[in-house]
Ligand binder design. Structure first.
Ligand code: PEP
Ligand code: MG
Length: 760
């Protein structure tokens, strides 16, 4: 065994770092993988090093590069997940170290590879997030050759290589939807899927997998490439520019706060002299124009994807999208639906809020996400845009052939792949019945009272300005929560005070004389800004988020506060609410900053609202023991139950895998809420509920029973919530709340609630 393994391991990682950057600009991916194999084998002094990549569509691992095995086995050795030690590594997502592989019953010998001599076997999975990319294997003739240090080194190497290899795989066309015929087995297996409903509605449409729409154009050299000239190139660029401008104005119509910003990166690249010059240089050197676009685009994609900064990695999508558009425009392909998503059900691994906006502007029929949680911001945003959304932890959905017929019932979370006529018919008739219930909106009255005459205030949660109209139509008595982070989330940079001002102004102007509660920036957790490096945190839910972020970045915080104060100058009363307050100190610090901002504006003689009401969200259990003091400090409160439950029960609200532990009916949650409300009422301050619990009938009864008189819900829930409240009496609510508070088990509270729901 080599004595200096430690040093070699270190060098291996350094070299692999170099290799990953070498991929930049190289169009010969096979060669890159081969060089990687050589390097790993050299550093680990392994006789064999092989790289297997997982082909999503064929659902097979394919040997893509090897040193030590028969080179002819490349592309011909293939195995199913779970087959042989390599296949098991992929499935289990764990390394396998075997001192004597031939004795392991799971070892599978492929004759064409000539691997029978190699006894020591070590494999590690190559993966990114939940995506299984492939397996990296080293082998040696000597038994018991590899040690724990080798496992660690190989794992580290695989993780460094993952992003470069993922690109390589993309560029080699393994994800090319055109290259694979409809995969009937996947369709069969996925006939019916139960997911979680995250945005209501129903859709029946052909599916498309998001993120691959133009990607394949990048890997598809075509025989007709040579027929294109410089003139065609300029025409394609101009067409692309025109299409982007048109798309942008469509987005601006629907979403004023995103205005022109979603496609900024595209425009920037397109107008970047270097980008165009580089393409021209390749054309001059003799490359057909489409190929020149591909070469340069790949170069940027690799550069962006190997960046440690999330905002740069994000640009991979923009680059793919842009280059795909240019390539399509060479052929004058129909770009009417540039993302090819119009009217489709989009299946995606993950989406950023800006993706939802793009998809909305494309008028997609629905979205299926294979990761995330129903209370995540992407889900909330989809609801705001009234796009049916289901979250289903089934990555296989990403392998569905393009245009597979899908029916999604986002009201309950059911997905039908290739639905039968009968299923389609059932849904259509149900939909008609549902349309009738929209008449409920007409029956909305401006105020809401219980059966026994108790007035309850119904406010709206607003994420996007476009929802204001609905809130007004449905007679919301004001805005209980404006999530001000959305303009931040959909931009490419922090919006300045000037950019924020018109947004807040519109909020105040559209609902004059109503309660308008603006929550200050609540970023972090699942609301990651693409341009901030928050992704570097390993546990963002507990990281530099929300009010912590604002207090740590006073410049950003001040710009927001000043924009609110200035925009609200003519409004009678304005409310500023801080999210995620954990202590009296934090509240005081944030409030002091608001005062300083007012003083500053005063000095500059800029007109502004002089006395905003200052309140706070209750989202953290840490406030329980200091509620008395907080109630004395703050002007008003709103309970964010989405986060309160998350932090009380230590259950990530965005993690589908632990969704069953997310139990708002947990006795600790219910008792805590009752205590908090009790303290606030005692001090004659206002308290409302603005989390998702506020629109569920079984919780509405509870909230009223513990003294809550104000609820803030997504506008579309207003009619239903009003109906529920009108039917119940305060005495029933009090009795029901008492019963729940007396129960100490999760099962017990659930039973009480189910009984109520069954009777309602
Ligand atoms: C909450 O946590 O309940 C809440 C309303 O805030 P958000 O969902 O924006 O985190
Ligand atoms: Mg929250």
């Amino acid at each position: 065994m080599p004595k200096n393994k430690k040093r070699d391991h270190l060098n291996l990682l350094c070299d692999i770092g170099d290799l990953a950057t070498l991929l930049t600009g190289s169009s010969n991916i096979e060669n890159f993988l081969q060089r990687t194999a050589v390097m790993v084998s050299r550093h680990l002094e392994a006789e064999v090093c092989s790289i297997y990549l997982f082909d999503d569509q064929a659902r097979e691992l394919v040997l893509k590069a090897t040193i030590g095995l028969n080179p002819e086995a490349v592309n011909s050795v293939r195995m199913k997940p779970g087959e042989g030690l390599v296949g098991v590594t992929l499935i289990k997502q764990q390394p396998i170290r075997e001192g004597s592989a031939s004795r392991n019953p799971q070892f599978k010998y492929f004759e064409e590879s000539g691997e029978d001599r190699f006894e020591s076997f070590l494999s590690v999975p190559i993966s990114r997030g939940i995506e299984n990319i492939g397996v990296l294997v080293v082998q040696h003739e000597k038994r018991d050759y590899f040690d724990e240090m080798d496992v660690m080194a190989l794992r580290a190497a695989a993780s460094q290589l993952a992003s470069a290899i993922e690109n390589a795989r993309l560029l080699m066309g393994m994800n090319n939807p055109k290259s694979v015929a409809a995969n009937s087995t996947v369709v069969e297996q996925l006939k019916f899927i139960r997911g979680e409903s995250a945005g209501s509605g129903y859709a029946s449409a052909p599916s498309t997998v998001f993120g691959k729409s133009h990607g394949w154009l990048l890997s598809e050299a075509s025989e007709s490439d040579a027929a294109y000239t410089l003139k065609h190139f300029y025409r394609a660029v101009q067409l692309t520019m025109d299409q982007l401008q048109e798309l942008q104005s469509r987005v601006a119509e629907r979403l004023p706060e995103s205005a022109s910003l979603i496609f900024t990166a595209h425009f920037m690249i397109l107008k970047d002299e270097r980008f165009i010059q580089e393409i021209l240089r390749h054309i001059e050197k003799g490359a057909p124009p489409p190929e020149a676009v591909r070469i340069v685009a790949r170069h940027y994609i690799t550069l962006f994807s190997s960046s440690p900064y999330m905002y740069l990695r994000e640009k991979v999508n923009d680059m793919e999208d842009l280059a795909g558009r240019i390539l399509a425009n060479f052929q004058l392909r129909d770009m009417e639906a540039p993302l090819q998503c119009k009217g489709r059900i989009v299946i995606a691994r993950e989406l950023y809020p800006s993706d939802i906006l793009k998809l909305a502007s494309e008028e997609v029929a629905g979205i299926i996400l294979v990761s995330g949680g129903v209370t995540s911001h992407v889900a909330i945003l989809a609801r705001s845009m009234q796009i049916p959304l289901i979250i289903a932890d089934r990555p296989e959905l990403l392998t569905l052939p393009e245009e597979t017929a899908v029916l999604m019932d986002a009201d309950i979370g059911n997905i039908y792949v290739n639905p039968s006529e009968k299923v389609i018919h059932q849904f259509e008739s149900r939909n008609q019945a549902k349309a009738a219930t929209s008449l409920l909106a007409d029956a909305m009255t401006p105020t809401t009272e219980t059966r026994d005459g108790q007035r309850i205030y119904l406010l709206a949660n607003i994420n996007l300005l476009s929802e204001l109209a609905l809130a007004r139509d449905l007679k919301a008595e004001g805005i209980g929560l404006y999530r001000s982070e959305f303009p931040f989330l959909i931009r490419n940079n922090f919006p300045s005070e000037q950019e924020q001002y018109p947004i807040y102004k519109r909020l105040f102007d559209e609902m004059p004389d109503k309660i308008i509660t603006i929550r200050t920036l609540d970023v972090g957790g699942d609301k990651i800004l693409a341009y901030s490096d928050a992704a570097a945190e390993s546990n963002p839910e507990l990281g530099l988020r929300s009010i912590r972020f604002s207090l740590r970045n006073p410049d950003i915080f001040e710009q927001q506060i000043k924009a609110i104060l200035r925009a609200g100058v003519e409004t009678k009363s304005i409310r500023i609410m801080f999210p995620m307050i954990s202590s009296v100190d934090e509240f005081q610090e944030a409030r002091a900053l608001v005062k300083d901002c007012g003083d500053d504006l005063q000095r500059q003689h800029l007109s502004h609202h002089p006395r905003p009401e200052i309140g706070m969200m209750i989202e953290l259990p840490s406030v329980m023991e200091i509620m008395d003091e907080l109630a004395a400090e703050a002007d008003f409160f709103s309970i964010g139950t989405n986060d309160f439950v998350q932090y009380m029960l230590a259950v990530d609200r965005t993690n589908e895998k632990v969704a069953e532990y997310y139990q708002p009916w947990h006795p600790s949650v219910l008792r805590s809420l009752a205590r908090i409300v009790g303290v606030v009422i005692q001090q004659h301050k206002e308290i409302s509920i603005c989390g998702e619990m506020a629109h569920e009938p079984e919780y509405i009864l509870f909230f009223l029973g513990i003294g809550v008189r104000s609820l803030s819900v997504d506008p579309q829930f207003l009619p239903r919530v009003q109906q529920v409240i009108r039917r119940l009496s305060l005495s029933d609510a009090t009795e029901y709340a008492q019963m729940l508070l007396a129960e100490s088990t999760v099962k017990g509270t659930r039973e009480i609630m189910d009984k109520y729901s069954g009777a309602a």
